[in-house]
Ligand binder design. Structure first.
Ligand SMILES: Cc1cc2nc3c(=O)[nH]c(=O)nc-3n(C[C@H](O)[C@H](O)[C@H](O)COP(=O)(O)OP(=O)(O)OC[C@H]3O[C@@H](n4cnc5c(N)ncnc54)[C@H](O)[C@@H]3O)c2cc1C
Length: 480
């Protein structure tokens, strides 16, 4: 078979975008064969579905089953625990593949430029999410000594973070949370979570389902403030004309009428409240949040009223969006945190002339292609667009020196990289499910990277087996 009738493709990132891209390409009409290697820096696939979607959203976590079906078909090779940039470079890829699709997503918290953001006790929501979802590269302990907490943002991630903070640890136990997360949440001192949005209730970014869920939390009062419901004409029109806004307004108004005062925890929603400063104490820890009351500007936005308020809090979480990270040797748009591309075809910019041209052989899909917005389902349409270009660009792919399937395995072996494969993922999956099963827990996630790798590769050293047994005993106690 000549080079042009077989595409050896590398996909970097085994989140939904990467897996959908592989699936779509394999099913697409084309006049060449395809052989795909899927790389991920983590030992387990599924990206933010495993490490972003909240553990108490089992329906969404269930998307993993659909992604798993794609991988289980057996026509995509997986190399987990392989990081592009350190374990593999773009020159390696050029030597072994005809093209690459980057599907590396976005994991960093976007910045928020207000004074005090650097204080102790001020966190990015994404870091907290990584902690409670058991991401191997984050510390095992999370400080939860704050009684009053502020969450800045009005999207679904802000609600996820607020819900996990407000929820009693026992109510999370049946999910897949790791033991260290259960123990951390059990000791939480939180009594009040305050969510801040600078716009009004009819301009929020979260969805009705996620909002409604807050009202069902055991022993948590939902607190909304009457002053936020004095709607202008635009807001009234939004309620009348948009079903989603209508439902959100309805849910919030039901909470206005609810009796409160019995619960041990409260979740407050502050609208028309724009955080302007995080106030610190004399040892550099968060002690309050200062915010400006806003009002509608008549054009769908808000303006500051000049009225400044302050609320004592000991921790602040900013949930103001995610941001992509640059990849070595690959163009990056610092402003938007994406790989610059035209419908998935990566673009190079000439520094002198400012002109852009296609970087042949290099493609992008998912959050690193279009920025960190949109649901898992959107990564499918993204992948369709990118894959269509990849197929049409057939004459412009790279010309690899060594495209055989064995050559990449030899390279990884020569570098001593302990990669994990599909069989290894099944092993880890079964291990986690079996650990949770006796206690009625969906699974108990394995957090340390080395343990994930050893379990996947069936190379669990004795001391880890011992620790693992210890963890099981802890679970037993936790499940009592
Ligand atoms: C907190 C949170 C909650 C969410 N909840 C929902 C929800 O309930 N419902 C919903 O539909 N959507 C939800 N989303 C959105 C959803 O997660 C995204 O739409 C989707 O995961 C984006 O897919 P992706 O494949 O582009 O990126 P990701 O899912 O981030 O996958 C990227 C993959 O690339 C890998 N990678 C990164 N860099 C490298 C490298 N250098 N080398 C090798 N591999 C690398 C990563 O390890 C990761 O596995 C949520 C997002 C967040 C942040």
């Amino acid at each position: 078979m000549t080079e042009r009738n077989k595409l050896r493709l590398a996909i970097v990132g085994a989140g939904p975008a990467g897996i959908y891209a592989a699936d779509i390409l394999l099913k697409a009409e084309r006049n060449f064969d395809v052989s795909i290697d899927l790389f991920d820096r983590l030992p387990a696939p599924y990206g933010l579905v495993r490490y972003g979607v909240a553990p108490d959203h089992p329906r969404i976590k269930g998307i993993i089953n659909a992604l798993r079906e794609v991988l289980d078909r057996g026509d995509i090779r997986i190399f987990g625990n392989v990081e592009f940039g350190s374990d593999l470079t773009v020159d390696d890829l050029k030597r072994h593949y005809h093209a690459v699709i980057f599907a590396t997503g976005a994991v960093r918290d976007a910045e928020l430029g207000i004074p005090g953001i650097e204080l102790g006790g001020s966190y990015g929501a994404g870091d907290f999410v990584s902690w409670y979802d058991g991401h191997p590269d984050y510390p095992r302990e999370w400080p939860l000594d704050a009684k009053q907490v502020a969450v800045i943002g009005n999207g679904n991630v802000a609600l996820d973070v607020s819900r996990i903070l407000a929820k009693h640890a026992e109510d999370l136990l049946p999910t897949e949370i790791p033991d260290n997360v259960y123990e951390g949440l059990q000791d939480s001192a939180v009594t009040d979570v305050h969510v801040f949005g600078r716009r009004g209730p009819t301009s929020v970014k979260f969805t009705p389902l996620e909002l409604r869920e807050l009202g069902e939390l055991r022993d948590v009062d939902m607190i909304v403030y009457d002053e936020d419901f004095d709607y202008d004409e635009q807001a009234k029109a939004a309620v009348a004309g948009n079903k989603q806004v209508f439902v959100i307004d309805k849910v919030l108004n039901q909470w206005r009428r609810r009796e409160t005062g019995q619960a041990s925890r409260r979740l407050h929603l502050h609208f028309f409240a724009k955080p302007i400063e995080i106030v610190g104490d004399d040892v550099g820890q968060v002690s309050a949040i200062r915010y400006e009351r806003t009002e509608p500007d008549g054009e769908g936005g808000v303006v500051g009223t000049g009225e400044i308020r302050e609320l004592p809090v000991q921790a602040v979480y900013r949930a103001v969006g995610y941001f992509g990270s640059p990849l070595p040797g690959i163009p990056f748009d610092k402003r938007y945190g994406i790989i610059p591309n035209h419908e998935g075809q990566v673009q190079l910019r000439d520094k002198e002339t400012g002109e852009t041209r296609q970087a042949y052989g290099v493609y992008a899909t998912g959050w690193i292609k279009r920025g960190p917005v949109g649901l898992i389902g959107h990564t499918k349409s993204d992948a369709m667009e990118t894959v269509a270009h990849l197929i049409n660009d057939l004459g412009n792919w790279w010309t690899p020196e060594s495209p055989s399937e064995e050559s990449i395995v030899e390279l990884l072996e020569s570098r001593g990289i302990l990669w994990t494969d599909l069989e290894g993922w099944h092993r880890l999956d079964e291990h986690e499910i079996a650990a949770g099963q006796p206690f009625g827990r969906a699974r108990i996630k394995v957090v340390p990277r080395d343990d994930m790798v050893h379990i996947s590769r069936d190379e669990l050293p004795d001391e880890v087996r011992g620790a693992d047994a210890g963890a099981q005993a802890d679970s037993e106690r936790a499940g009592e």
